[in-house]
Design a protein around this ligand. Structure first.
Ligand SMILES: *Cc1c(COP(=O)(O)O)cnc(C)c1O
Length: 402
């Protein structure tokens, strides 16, 4: 028999959680605290023997467990913990692994908030980070010190869309006894980092996974041991820092997760179409699905092909002023919105140099190739992408980008 392929969408599809009275959706837990039948069970629960028991909603809730288990199934981990935002998942996880004196090796092209956390915040706790070009495995290995505990990267980096070689990084992490933490927010379903050797996968659920730009959320997917430690009442960073998700939100995100495979295919199809057209028009378009992208072959070797190369692409408008004019015109003509974030039904665009990556000092932006005319697009679910392209092209002509 052929080896069973890992299929993240099937794993989500196959999960069954019924609600009270046979509801096809699980019931929503509308409680912040939970009763115990015996005082001894309450004591046991505080001591970490939480099997089947709920304590208090900052710890976890039935609704949060349903969403967490579905996301763990998607990523192929033992379990997961959901959080109130992506940063609410990423920062406690990093802090759970690192204490004062420890060291982190991180990609230099990561989400602006994560960059600011590692650059400005963790040094106050005497945890230092060396930022490296993640596509250069030798540079990654050279940055490791005896104090290093984790390697941190994004599969598809924000906003430059560099591709991390997860297998290669996992081998380095293993050799030096480190944990490889991967933020997979830009490439859900397309890339399954655990299958490539990563230890922990995190997402901002705010983006593609929820997909309706109506809530924030985050998740950390990993071993039972890690998730138990994050929830530990005595020293768990998720439990103690308090960025817990609300049950109502967990329930709504779970419902949206079930259509993620359809949405990702459409985002990817539309983004590939536009990237090919923009490139043919002579624009500097960056998209992992283009053979001209330096990480194209690597992406091919890692991807679950059905879901494509994702919805994110960038173009260089040739200067900040032109970029701003173009974005304002595209918004006026209703092909998308001038807004940060990603994964919405409508195309969203922003200039990362002055927005989501503004935490990165200007000289460092220049060094990593983040030009001020760069526009980051999260391509929407448009049914008629040819029409969208025609409008965008006219906008580009009207502001002199084409
Ligand atoms: C948005 C984002 C985050 C942070 O998530 P929030 O939900 O905004 O806290 C982290 N990583 C990436 C790649 C993101 O795009």
């Amino acid at each position: 028999m052929a080896k069973k392929e890992f299929n993240p969408a099937n794993n989500i599809q196959d999960i069954q959680f019924f609600g009270e009275s046979g509801g096809v959706n699980p019931s929503i837990s509308d409680s912040s605290t939970y009763t115990f039948l015996s005082a001894q069970t309450m004591l046991d629960t505080f001591e970490g023997n939480t099997e089947g028991c709920y304590l208090y909603s900052r710890h976890t809730t039935p609704s949060n467990m349903y969403l967490g288990e579905a996301l763990a199934a998607m990523e192929g981990t033992q379990t997961a913990n959901v959080a109130a935002s992506g940063m609410g998942a990423i920062t406690p996880t990093i802090l759970q692994f690192c204490k004062a004196g420890d060291h982190i090796v991180s990609s230099r092209t990561i989400y602006g908030g994560t960059y600011a956390f590692l650059k400005n915040f963790t040094p106050k706790l005497n945890i230092d980070t060396t930022f490296v070009d993640i596509t250069n495995l030798e540079a990654v290995e050279a940055a490791i010190t005896p104090e290093t505990k984790i390697i941190f990267c994004e599969c598809v980096s924000n906003p430059l869309l560099e591709i991390a070689d997860i297998k290669g990084l996992a081998a380095i992490a293993k050799k030096h006894n480190l944990e490889l933490l991967v933020d997979n927010t830009f490439s859900p379903l397309s890339i399954s980092p655990i299958k490539l050797g990563a230890d922990v996968v995190m997402h901002s659920l705010t983006k593609f996974i929820n997909g309706s730009s109506d809530t924030m959320g985050g998740v950390v997917c990993g071993s039972q041991e890690l998730i138990d430690s994050l929830r530990d009442v005595n020293d768990g960073a998720c439990m103690l820092l308090g960025a817990s998700m609300d049950s109502l939100r967990a329930a709504s995100i779970l419902k949206n997760l079930r259509t993620l495979h359809i949405r990702m295919q459409q985002h990817s199809k539309n983004a590939l179409y536009l990237a090919q057209k923009f490139e043919a028009d002579g624009l500097r378009a960056v998209y992992p699905g283009l053979p001209s992208h330096p990480g194209h072959t690597l992406y091919n070797s890692m991807m679950n092909p059905k879901y494509g190369y994702g919805g994110m692409l960038t173009i260089d408008a040739g200067g900040l002023e032109k970029a701003n004019k173009l974005m304002e015109l595209m918004q006026e003509r209703n092909v998308g919105y001038l807004a940060v974030s990603l994964g919405f039904y409508k195309t969203l665009f922003s200039a990362p140099g002055t927005s989501t990556s503004s935490e990165i000092p200007e000289d460092e932006q220049a060094q990593m190739g983040l030009t001020d005319g760069l526009i980051r697009f999260s391509i929407g679910l448009d049914d008629d992408i040819e029409r969208t392209y025609q409008i965008m092209r006219q906008c580009m002509k009207d502001v002199g980008v084409l």
